[in-house]
Design a protein around this ligand. Structure first.
Ligand SMILES: [Zn+2]
Length: 176
């Protein structure tokens, strides 16, 4: 996901990571892979770690907030979110509670020409596994809740464009 935000944080990438990671291509909404339902991850191996490392680099380069595995052509239930103070790796995630509402401007790295206002929960509770298969739970709000719901939808083959209530011309956003 890409979202409008006022701070422009410069991500710190460790040198070690730079050597290991590789950029992956982000597929766009015309690609049928984005409408498929992803399969759960059952192997928490080197291949998964490489995918996550590559997704992190790809997300940072694209200056997005979230990225789901199908967006890089991998039909597994994996997404990542850059929440500023941490990069959250969500494997086999479930959103168990959704509370409140927020009307937010939203975009998607796979839909560069689609921007608009959508209604998302203000808060949500997320259960997921990390790259080692360990379970964790986290309460998210505002951008975190928005992003988790957006990325979760990708795992079921759903794009945010169907949720747009009011479209915004991307050119207007650049001028701001
Ligand atoms: Zn997206």
């Amino acid at each position: 996901m890409t979202a409008c935000r006022s701070d422009s944080r410069q991500p710190v990438i460790k040198e070690r990571e730079l050597i290991k990671m590789a950029l992956r291509n982000i597929v766009t909404k015309e690609d049928p892979i984005l409408s498929k339902v992803c399969k759960p991850v059952d192997k928490f191996d080197e291949k998964l770690h490489q995918l996550l490392d590559d997704m992190i680099e790809t997300l940072r380069k694209a200056e997005g907030v979230g990225l789901a595995a199908p967006q890089v052509g991998y039909l597994k239930r994996v997404f990542i979110m850059d929440l500023g103070d941490e990069m959250l790796e969500c494997i086999n995630p479930e959103i168990t509670k959704r509370k409140g509402k927020q009307r937010v401007l939203e975009g998607c790295l796979s839909c560069p020409n689609d921007w608009g206002y959508v209604t998302r929960p203000m808060k949500c509770h997320l259960k997921a596994q990390n790259r080692y298969g360990e379970y964790y739970e986290v309460d998210l709000e505002e951008l975190g809740a928005q992003c988790a719901c957006h990325e979760y939808d990708h795992l079921d083959g759903n794009l945010f464009v169907g949720l747009i209530e009011e479209r915004v011309d991307p050119k207007e956003l650049e001028e701001k």
